[in-house]
Design a protein around this ligand. Structure first.
Ligand SMILES: [Zn+2]
Length: 253
């Protein structure tokens, strides 16, 4: 099968296909154009929930940074409290030892109790050093927590903006989709029922291009060469011609 050569056609047919298009095909092409636009809007709308979810995902790192910083600060505060309790316990012990020391009549016991007091005092020194270190850490940890909260707030604002944009976009898409759907129903009302049935069946089985141009002698949908009689029928534009291979409706481009 060679490429389309129209010279073999009678001249009235040649001039007619160049100047005009079968009105049914023209109407279907407009419906098809709306269907393709409808599909684009539907896909855009389907993407919105996923885009929202991935926008919210941006928060998860910042949220976990805040909770880690909070936890570290809380652990530090517990450690400070425990150290303070340890110090208080040892101070009580020292007080008791000193009372015993005061009450004892025995020199040996007095000396031994004195050593115990010294030992507990050393422990208190160590604990106080520890407490100071913990308190220094507390300042740093508190600062880290504050910074993490600030970072989360910045991200939250960005995410809120992203989500607001997505909602605007979704509304626009929905509006456009509603317009297209109502345009479509007006358009198909003017087309023959059988033709619309055929078109919609092709739309389901062949995707969004049930009406395709004939390119030379090749179907613009399945890219197979069609028979000369199919070519002639398309060029004659006397009625709807379908590709014998895929069934798509052909028109002369
Ligand atoms: Zn085809």
């Amino acid at each position: 099968m060679t490429n389309l050569n129209t010279s073999y056609l009678p001249s009235p047919i040649r001039s007619s296909y160049l100047d005009t298009m079968l009105p049914e095909v023209e109407s279907l092409l407009i419906v098809q154009d709306r269907d393709q636009k409808i599909l684009i809007q539907r896909r855009e709308l389907e993407r919105v929930p996923r885009d929202k979810a991935s926008a919210e995902d941006k928060l998860s790192n910042d949220k976990s940074a805040v909770s880690c910083a909070k936890e570290a600060y809380q652990e530090n505060q517990v450690a400070i409290k425990n150290t303070e309790l340890d110090i208080a316990t040892r101070r009580d012990t020292i007080a008791k030892l000193k009372t015993q020391q005061f009450e004892t009549k025995k020199n040996e016991e007095y000396t031994s109790l004195g050593k115990d007091v010294e030992r507990y005092a050393e422990m208190i020194d160590e604990l106080e050093t520890q407490e100071l270190e913990l308190m220094e850490q507390a300042d740093e940890l508190k600062e880290k927590h504050t910074q993490a909260i600030a970072a989360l707030e910045v991200t939250q604002k960005e995410v809120d903006q992203d989500i607001a944009h997505l909602e605007v976009k979704a509304n626009e898409c929905q509006g456009r989709l509603d317009e297209l759907l109502s345009e479509r129903s007006e358009l198909i009302a003017k087309v023959d029922d059988n033709l619309i049935t055929l078109y919609e069946r092709l739309l389901k089985t062949k995707g969004n291009d049930p009406v395709v141009p004939l390119k030379g002698s090749q179907c613009g949908g399945c890219h197979m060469k069609v028979t000369p009689s199919t070519v002639a029928s398309v060029l004659a534009e006397k009625g709807i011609t379908q590709c014998e291979n895929c069934g798509r409706i052909l028109y002369q481009s």
